[in-house]
Write a protein that binds this ligand. Sequence first.
Ligand code: PLP
Length: 371
Amino acid sequence: MTDVTDHSSQSLDSRPERGTAAYINTSHISHNLNVFKGLHPGKIIAVVKADAYGHGLKNVVPALIDCDAFAVATIEEALALRQLNSEKKIMLLEGVFNDYEMSLAIAHRLDVVIHQDYQVELLKTVPATHDMDVWLKIDSGMNRLGFRLDQLADKLNIIKDIDGMGQIRLMSHFASSDDIHCQQTRSQIKINDQIKTMGYEYSFSNTSAVLNQLNTHEEWCRVGIGLFGISPLGMESYGGDFKLKPAMHLSANIIASKYIKAGEKIGYGGHYTASQNMRIAVVGIGYADGYPWSEHNSAVKVDGLRVAVLGRVSMDMIVIDVSKLKHKLTGKQVTIWGNDLPIEAVAADLKLIPYALICGITKRVKYHVIQ
Ligand SMILES: *Cc1c(COP(=O)(O)O)cnc(C)c1O
């Protein structure tokens, strides 16, 4: 937080910087990994797909050096990660799609997930001298990727006989691990319990499953969003409840402020009408930076005060209610989400999920790494 606070106390200039920036706190990321090590004594796979959930892969990877493996979604992500870490296990969550990707997986020692027959066929191109670790995916009820449980023995038999295979492991994915009592989760747990008896190592739990203590200690947990300090549980659950610390602090500056009269409208479509005389400010962040357009509005934080966003989000700007603030505002730094404004709350206001917010930050936003 220190760096961020220091910026807001700088002397205000009449020509402000737009200052739209994401501060990535790498010690918070290491701290969060340690929190998960406390919750899960077994192996932890750090999921860093989508440019480490919008935090910047190169910023994040060094902070996660104590994880047991990494996971990403695409071959491009895996290659970028291999450049940053030449040693660690990397799991390709959707596996490979063609011979070329398989050749890259071989060359860069990637673990592949196998969820379709065409991928079983691609395994046959692995050189006999290689030992490729394979994660056979079972669809335990999400109806996304994976073989059905009744196909598993058959697929295992085929894969076991292919040359060049290393360890074969099993995996599955929860659809609703944020809700441990729902029927779907209970029936997925039953299938996972069957998978556990098959004599292979396995991986089921994502962040929600670990936070909800669905993880079995022998398994490899796949933790993504929690490493960034965020609770995916919804229902007014915050990372802080689990001692997690936000990895991203997103801020932007006030670039203009003005007084308007009762009855005047604000922004595109005139969606907000002032019910009284107000002081408003314009902040240099919009949906082209990753502050999402939504039917619903949230708030930002200025000088420790939570103030409403008014009217529609523009491409490059939002308008906020600063009626309670008296001093000069131009150039002042505003928290969009982060240390003093939990992203979980902003997402709930916007009727979005925090995943969509962090993954939505665009390249226009400047990144600063805080150790
Ligand atoms: C993204 C992903 C994860 C990580 O999920 P979080 O909710 O971010 O912890 C785990 N497993 C799979 C298959 C994924 O695609």
